[in-house]
Design a protein around this ligand. Structure first.
Ligand SMILES: [Cu+2]
Length: 500
């Protein structure tokens, strides 16, 4: 028998739909968190990106040491001519209650790949740090009802006042003092009032139409994570292609754009980091690195994943340092096992459940464990935190065999149970390595950073404590996957966290 039709059908996987997940690069998690060095000073920076552009970004900076006297912040483009000339920086306010804490507000006037330059000055001299900030329209700001009502009433009063002024001018404009208006002038004043009313309401109508058109155009350009078309061929290769619909770029000046797959920046050694997570159980997690295919897409060998419905997140970085997370879905029925190779990794673990409490300990192979060092308090949404993890070997001792995984001590993926939030985070923060390096390259003194900078030194060994700066963007149940490498083997720990 040469044709095994039934097994082929069973073994072949079906293609699929894509799903709209609202919001932006690093899906649903727009704020930027970064841990890095401004010269001698270690800073923890949070940039809260505004919902609309132009808009105000709120910046929070925490200094590890107490010898920072002043911090200045300035926004500019990440690459291109706009990255050469820094505007006059603003001085960040130092908190009276906590001298380690500085805050600032910056107007982001442009769309696209921006950065915030941070200059610290203190007892140990000066230092600079650049924070990449992808700026796009993420939504539209609704007007407050009370303000809307007030403005409407004011507009009405103005319109009526204008009409009555016109009527009064026609009726009484040529009147001698003390005389009464003639019946003829009363008649013509009524006619004038009617004409004025027509003109005023016509102008209001046209203005309203123009305003609504503009608002609709803006709303249509609100950034949405681009969808990627996903198929699995007979060889169980996963194929990824651009969707026919272009992505909404979040930039009304250039509303629709293709992502140029031939012009991407590699991010920690790979053009694409692809994450597949089985939903809604969040119990099967795969981190693959598809390669360019001859027809302009991406392709990857699939490992032996348990069947089910998978949410896909494909991270790429554009030439200008703008990070994009594309989303898709597959229904994997059954896949012929192919061993993981290279930097590819994954885990099958227990399902996440609403009733289960948060986990602070996760099993690793051979009796080893990862501990999430956090206090018992539940997480609050929006709060910027440093997540700290400790790795213990099978004997309960701090692991001595940690190695860098793709140039970094660890990688983490934070995902909300409904897949509406996805963030790929590193010890340096929620930014991609590629954009971080681009940003530091523009600093006048980047000696302290170098190519892989403060984020990813060429390390032979990695300490068994790892930390990630991050803040959950909204309440809910989250899964946090932390990936490390020990004795040449990538290991994945899975935690649950509920956020209020
Ligand atoms: Cu990573």
């Amino acid at each position: 028998m040469r044709f095994h039709v039934l097994p082929m059908v069973l073994l072949t996987v079906l293609l699929v739909l894509t799903l709209a997940v609202p919001s932006m690069a690093h899906v649903g998690s727009p704020d930027v968190f970064l841990q890095g060095d401004a010269g001698p000073y270690r800073l923890f920076v949070t940039v809260r990106v505004p919902l609309v552009i132009p808009g105000i970004a709120e910046i929070e900076i925490r200094s590890e040491s107490n010898d920072v006297r002043e911090i200045r912040v300035a926004p500019m483009q990440l690459t291109g001519p706009g990255s050469q000339y820094a505007p006059t920086p603003d001085v960040a306010r130092r908190s009276l209650a906590d001298p380690h804490f500085f805050t600032g507000s910056l107007w982001l006037m442009e769309f696209g790949s921006l950065q915030v330059r941070i200059a610290a000055n203190g007892a140990r001299g000066k230092g600079e740090l650049a924070v990449p900030v992808p700026a796009v329209a993420q939504g539209t700001l609704p007007m407050q009802r009370s303000l809307g009502t007030l403005l409407f009433l004011l507009m009405l009063a103005l319109a009526l006042a204008f009409i009555s002024i016109v009527a009064a001018a026609v009726r009484e404009g040529n009147l001698e003092p003390g005389a009464l208006p003639s019946p003829a002038s009363v008649r013509s004043s009524r006619a004038a009032a009617a004409i004025a009313a027509f003109v005023v309401f016509a102008l209001l109508y046209l203005g309203g139409t123009w305003w609504k058109g503009d608002a609709d155009r803006y709303a249509a350009n609100v950034y949405r994570p681009p969808k990627i078309a996903v198929t699995v061929n007979e060889d169980d290769r996963l194929l990824l292609h651009q969707q026919a619909t272009r992505m909404a770029s979040g930039n009304p000046q250039r509303p629709r754009e293709w992502i140029d797959f031939s012009d991407l920046l590699p991010d920690h050694g790979h053009l694409m980091h692809l994450f597949l997570i089985r939903t809604p159980s969040m119990d099967s997690f795969w981190h693959l690195h598809p390669e360019r295919t001859a027809d302009g897409g991406f392709g990857a060998r699939l490992p032996a994943m348990p069947p089910g419905r998978y949410q896909l997140f494909a991270d790429v970085v554009l030439r200008n340092g703008f990070p994009i997370t594309m989303t898709g879905q597959i229904d994997a029925s059954q896949i012929r096992a192919k061993p993981l190779a290279g930097d590819d990794s994954g885990i099958v673990t227990s399902p996440i459940s609403i009733d289960a409490s948060d986990t602070t300990e996760a099993a690793l192979p051979e009796g080893a464990r990862m501990i999430w060092e956090r206090d018992a308090k539940p997480f609050r949404n929006g709060t910027a935190l440093i997540f700290r993890f400790r790795v213990l070997d099978g004997h309960g001792k701090p692991a001595a065999d940690m190695q860098p995984y793709m140039g970094m001590p660890a990688h983490a993926v934070v995902i909300r149970s409904d897949a509406s939030v996805f963030a790929h985070v590193h010890p340096a923060g929620s930014i991609t390595m590629a954009s971080f390096d681009l940003a530091q390259a523009g600093l006048s003194d980047n000696s302290g950073h170098g190519a892989m900078g403060s984020m990813a030194m060429p390390m032979e060994t990695v300490p068994p404590e790892i930390s990630f700066p991050y803040g959950f963007p909204k309440p809910g149940l989250y899964r946090v996957f932390v990936q490390i490498k020990r004795s040449g083997q990538v290991q994945t720990a899975a935690f649950a966290a509920s956020v209020e």
